[in-house]
Design a protein around this ligand. Structure first.
Ligand code: NAG
Ligand code: NAG
Length: 205
């Protein structure tokens, strides 16, 4: 049954993306894990990933796109693996990535839908000053996929770590403090520092 359905076409043509939606850090590396199948008797001769298509636009091989020069690592083969790695991510890389392959005749082409939706975000610290604490928020434009541990810095020094995107630092001085945050494992991609002046309020009765 399997063989006949394969011989008759459509079912055997497939592309599977392990993660259909990924949020990754600006500057980091992302792995688009992918596998594909096709009927027996076909030999795959051409494979590529693309982001631009539709409205009569022919999909263009990302490998030919100068925006991605030197940043793509195709870990796939011409059998079943189509995994792609993109390094030094930029915000402009946010797009839907699809894999496409063609057999030896050039007549059989298959595109894997819906593809992988990739969002690239930077890190930003926001500070809200309360009476006793400063609440720090490490904000991103999408929710980072791999539940990262956040690292907090105060005046350039490691302050603490948390699994939450928020952290409370007690108001302890009348000085201006600078804060930034990062994600464990990619401390090099720290957010810009934000300065916050706070005043210890002395209540008099
Ligand atoms: C892909 O999904 C797996 C399983 O849900 C998860 O462990 C992994 O972190 C995800 N990878 C990315 C790049 O988001
Ligand atoms: C992304 O990284 C680049 C290079 O480090 C930097 O110039 C840019 O400001 C970053 N964007 C954001 C939103 O963090």
């Amino acid at each position: 049954v399997l063989l006949s359905s394969c011989l008759s076409g459509k079912k055997c043509w497939s592309v599977t993306y392990t993660n259909q939606s990924i949020c990754a850090l600006n500057g980091s590396t992302v792995k688009l894990t992918c596998s594909y199948t096709y009927p027996r008797g076909h030999k795959v001769t051409s494979t590529f990933w693309f982001i631009k298509s539709g409205n009569g636009v022919k999909p263009e091989d990302l490998g030919q796109d100068p925006e991605f020069a030197g940043r793509l690592e195709y870990h796939g083969d011409e059998k079943n693996d189509c995994t792609l790695r993109i390094t030094e991510l930029r915000e402009s890389d946010s797009a839907t990535y699809k894999f496409r392959f063609t057999d030896q005749t050039g007549k059989w082409r298959y595109t894997g839908d819906p593809g992988v939706s990739l969002s690239v975000t930077g890190l930003q610290v926001k500070v809200t000053v309360g009476h006793q604490d400063k609440t720090l928020t490490c904000s991103t434009t999408c929710t980072l996929t791999d539940n990262p541990t956040y690292i907090w810095y105060k005046n350039g020094q490691h302050l603490d770590e948390s699994t939450s995107t928020q952290y409370k630092d007690p108001v302890s001085s009348n000085y201006e403090d600078s804060y930034s945050c990062a994600v464990k494992g990619r401390e090099d991609l720290r957010s810009p520092a934000v300065c916050e002046y706070s005043t210890i309020v002395q209540y008099t009765t």
